[in-house]
Design a protein around this ligand. Structure first.
Ligand SMILES: CC(C)(COP(=O)(O)OP(=O)(O)OC[C@H]1O[C@@H](n2cnc3c(N)ncnc32)[C@H](O)[C@@H]1OP(=O)(O)O)[C@@H](O)C(=O)NCCC(=O)NCCS
Length: 181
């Protein structure tokens, strides 16, 4: 299970490996990506991607973090995963796609596979998500997946060193299953 990969029509979602670190830094370190994420510093420091990847195996084993490298023709273009959000006592969906690959449906396609993994393999009853109100593309991804808004509030953003208006959402397994039929 710890080294599980997922396949969709166009994508392979696989565990990150140490050799991905330089490309992770290049892609997630772009301001247009970093600024929409809660806990990623900007500028993205050397060594952080290596450190982040080195923790994945233990985090998966502990059930805390299930990050998947999103690849097209063996090329890393982003990350979609599930991770524990201690503040919310919930597993949440997180994702980013390199700007050069936006608007092609990749985030939605990858997230569908990861939700299937969460509800099926992990047996979760519900999965949370959050996005900044200004991030209409992310709101659209979550709406396409069937997420339902549960509240709004100020959400931290490390890259901006600020609190940003955000939206909280949830998708239950029952709703997910009903939508698939
Ligand atoms: C959000 C993000 C993952 C979307 O990736 P993507 O692969 O382009 O997403 P998809 O193509 O699957 O879907 C995007 C949807 O948003 C829509 N969209 C894009 N920009 C939009 C905008 N400014 N306003 C409204 N809708 C928009 C697209 O038209 C598409 O919807 P459609 O299929 O109905 O046409 C990507 O923009 C990203 O990585 N952004 C930076 C990091 C980030 O925001 N992560 C999520 C944090 S909550």
């Amino acid at each position: 299970m710890t080294e599980l990969s997922l396949r969709t029509e166009r994508l392979v979602l696989r565990p990150f490996v140490p050799a991905d670190a330089p490309r992770v830094r290049e892609l997630i370190g772009a301001w247009v990506v970093t600024r929409m994420l809660a806990r990623v510093p900007y500028p993205y420091p050397p060594g952080l991607a290596e450190d982040w990847i080195s923790k994945h195996t233990a985090q998966r084993a502990a059930g805390e973090n299930f990050p998947f490298a999103v690849t097209v023709h063996n090329r890393l273009i982003g990350c979609v995963g599930l991770h524990e959000e201690p503040d919310r006592g919930q597993i949440v969906l997180g994702y980013w796609i390199a700007a050069a690959h936006w608007g092609l449906g990749y985030a939605t396609e990858a997230a569908r596979a990861v939700l299937e993994f969460g509800f099926g393999w992990l047996g979760l009853a519900g999965i949370g998500a959050q996005y900044y109100e200004e991030n209409q593309a992310s709101g659209r991804v979550l709406a396409k997946l069937g997420f339902v808004e549960t509240g709004r509030g100020m959400h931290p953003c490390l890259a901006r060193n600020a609190e940003v208006p955000g939206v909280d959402l949830e998708l239950t397994r029952d709703f997910w299953i009903a939508k698939q039929v």
